[in-house]
Ligand binder design. Structure first.
Ligand code: PGA
Length: 255
């Protein structure tokens, strides 16, 4: 079986200005400095990206925007571009987070354009998928996630798909304190990997890191992260506390 390096991401959403972000990033840097074989990335607000890049200079922690526009530059008032984020020192980009889908009308088709933009700029995207509670209750999890994958990853080259990260984030578990059980998470992660195997072949599918997201905290991380197809976590609320985020990262390397 392919060994996949765990990938822990901190999604700070609309929290913390530049000075507070730099402080929290430095604290996370210190607390995770001894961890080997783990990828860590921080997604601050766009306003704080530069401060966080500066605070993390010389460390192995990556930085990225929480969303990017498909266009690299131009008349797109209020948008972030992958090209400009790369110029600001970013290495990663979140694409298609459920809060973007919910509040900003983000669609998987538009995410597809954003994924192309991320690759064109040299950013590694994390593409988020996941069902609502209603869709889960209606037994539509695989259909919904499958559709998000088909539309979002449309026309991407196999090696591009192999190099991106996916985040399975059941919408009902985000910011609610509700977490998918480890079995529920594993079931969807295994479905995603089999979908990938059909699209790009089992060998490349075995390389793709699939994060779980939704109320991950130190007390539930070990169980979720020990599932065979869970390769890390996209952490929201708990990542605003350096000790909590470092504790989750610790469990990712020795689940
Ligand atoms: P949460 O957020 O950990 O606060 O549930 C996760 C996310 O939205 O990425």
């Amino acid at each position: 079986m392919t060994r996949r390096t765990p990938f822990l991401a901190a999604n700070w959403k609309l929290h913390l200005g530049p000075a507070e972000s730099a402080r929290l990033a430095s604290d996370i840097r210190v607390r995770t400095a001894d961890l080997r074989d783990v990828t860590i990335a921080i997604f601050p607000t766009a306003l704080s990206i530069t401060a966080v890049v500066d605070a993390l200079r010389g460390s192995s922690i990556g930085v990225g925007p929480q969303e990017i526009e498909a266009a690299p530059i131009g008349a797109w008032t209020g948008a972030n571009s992958a090209t400009l984020c790369r110029a600001a020192g970013c290495e990663f980009a979140l694409v298609g987070h459920s809060e973007r889908r919910q509040h900003y009308g983000e669609t998987s088709q538009r995410c597809n354009q954003r994924l192309f933009a991320a690759f064109a700029a040299g950013l590694v995207p994390i593409y988020c998928v996941g069902e609502t509670l209603g869709e889960r209750r209606a037994g539509r999890v695989e259909q919904v996630v499958g559709d998000q994958l088909s539309a979002g990853l449309d026309r991407l080259e196999s090696d591009q798909i192999a190099s991106l990260t996916l985040a399975y984030e059941p919408v009902w578990a985000i910011g609610t304190g509700e977490t998918a059980t480890p079995e529920q998470a594993q079931q969807v992660h295994a479905f995603i990997r089999s979908w990938l195997a059909a699209r790009i072949g089992p060998t490349l599918a075995g390389q793709v890191r699939i994060q779980y997201g939704g109320s991950v905290k130190p007390s539930n991380a070990a169980e979720i992260l020990s599932q065979p197809d869970v390769d890390g976590a996209l952490v929201g609320g708990a990542s605003l506390d350096a000790a909590n985020f470092a504790a989750i990262a610790m469990q990712a390397i020795s689940p």
